[in-house]
Write a protein that binds this ligand. Structure first.
Ligand SMILES: *Cc1c(COP(=O)(O)O)cnc(C)c1O
Length: 404
């Protein structure tokens, strides 16, 4: 049997994510003259609202690039060839960022992690204390690694740096957590934050968004590193179009404006609470599935499980990629596969951005349907997921809260 063409397709990958109708429609608009004041006003409003999401009074920079471009923008402004950067290993994304740093001539040092627990602040403190020669110029930290679906405690990592009295800059990748998990760049003392359009920001792929504090801007000015397109100071000076080092990605900006309007209509707090609520439903379902013996969480510590994505391991004899193909081709639900060492061993459910209760419950029910068809043992988690939503929506639950 193949999939019926009727109804909707469910995109539950942890990037790209569903683009709301209002955001897609906003892009269907004619380009504006570069000197049109509407373009300046729109850009200014997007930058100002992104500061509210990053929670910073620093500067915002936008590039026509993906998350990898955002990484490179930060490295190209801050670090010179030969500089040492330290990365607590969180999963595929810390390791790919380290490889990028090495390719740019930096020396990336990993603090090894096991991909099942969040990065450890005590080990960061210890490593920084041991750096008596002051070689380490930056700490590069991924808040939520989309491969492992584990979220690090960024303030605790900052406190570890402070406790060690180490002056390294803190650069945090929030590509998979911004506008999903709480974040406060100013209060947490993060120097540079990295984001991208296509995850919880609900936009089309292809826009890198960075926030840079005053200390990082000063550092970039003095660094003397050869760069041009990425250069923050060139983008701050001169003509309006220099904000983009050329023509702005206009339709992406129209889309960003529409996505920001959706976020602030719901309120940022409301958006974060919705992510917590829907993630709770997914986690309750996976807990129930696990009782069947074939399925388990990758993230061992419940408090470290991400609100944006859940990595589900499948035991020996069960093929997550077969499950995913079946779901995509026969049932119209797209999940992501395991990455890196989790390749062929896990699948990932994205639950960030433009998602609501029926989408999440529909996704979970469809996964259960596929597990039934493919003979993957599990206990149904639908009742637990529905209960979690009913309880956390703050409405009175009528009748018995739990099935007898
Ligand atoms: C998706 C992702 C990236 C990479 O983003 P691309 O747009 O695919 O380059 C980087 N970091 C994290 C944490 C991600 O989830």
């Amino acid at each position: 049997m193949t999939r019926d063409q009727a109804g909707q397709e469910f995109l539950h990958t942890p990037g790209p994510t569903q683009i709301p109708d209002k955001v897609r429609q906003a892009m269907s608009r004619q380009s504006l003259d570069l000197v049109d004041s509407r373009l300046r006003d729109l850009t200014g409003s997007c930058f100002a609202d992104m500061k509210r999401i990053f929670k910073t009074d620093g500067e915002v920079f936008v590039y026509s690039a993906n998350g990898h471009g955002a990484w490179e923008a930060a490295l190209a402004n801050l670090f010179a060839p030969g500089d040492v950067v330290l990365l607590p290993e969180t999963g595929v994304f810390s390791n790919a960022w380290a490889a990028q740093a090495n390719a740019l001539g930096l020396e990336a040092r990993l603090i090894p992690g096991d991909w099942r627990r969040a990065a450890d602040p005590a080990r960061l403190e210890e490593t920084l204390r041991a750096d008596t020669k002051g070689e380490i110029k930056g700490v590069l930290l991924v808040q939520t690694d989309t491969a492992t679906s584990i979220t690090c405690d960024v303030p605790a990592m900052r406190r570890a740096m402070d406790a060690a009295g180490h002056p390294a800059l803190l650069v945090v990748d929030t590509v998979a957590s911004l506008a999903a998990h709480p974040y406060d760049m100013g209060a947490w003392g993060v120097n540079v934050t990295i984001g991208a359009s296509q995850k919880a920001l609900m936009g089309p792929p292809g826009m890198a968004i960075l926030a840079v504090d005053e200390r990082a801007l000063r550092h970039a000015k003095q660094s003397g590193i050869a760069r041009n397109y990425w250069d923050w100071h060139a983008r701050l000076g001169g003509e309006f179009y220099m904000r983009f080092c050329g023509t702005p990605p206009e339709q992406h900006l129209f889309a960003l404006r529409a996505a920001l309007d959706l976020i602030f209509e719901e309120t940022l707090e409301g958006v974060l609470a919705r992510h917590r609520r829907l993630a709770g439903a997914v986690h309750r379902a996976v807990e129930a599935w696990s009782e069947g013996g074939a399925v388990s969480f990758n993230a061992l510590e419940p408090g470290e499980r991400a609100v944006s994505v859940t990595t589900v391991r499948l035991g020996e004899g069960h093929d997550p990629d077969q499950l995913r193909s079946f779901l995509r081709e026969e049932l119209g639900v797209s999940l992501a596969g395991g990455l890196g060492d989790l390749g062929g061993k896990a699948f990932r459910i994205g639950h960030m951005g433009s998602v609501n209760e029926p989408m999440i419950l529909g996704c979970l029910a469809t996964i259960e349907t596929a597990m039934l068809q493919l003979g993957i043992p599990h206990v149904s988690g639908l009742r637990a997921a529905a209960e979690h939503i009913a309880e956390t929506r703050g409405k009175q639950v009528l009748g018995p809260a739990r099935a007898a």
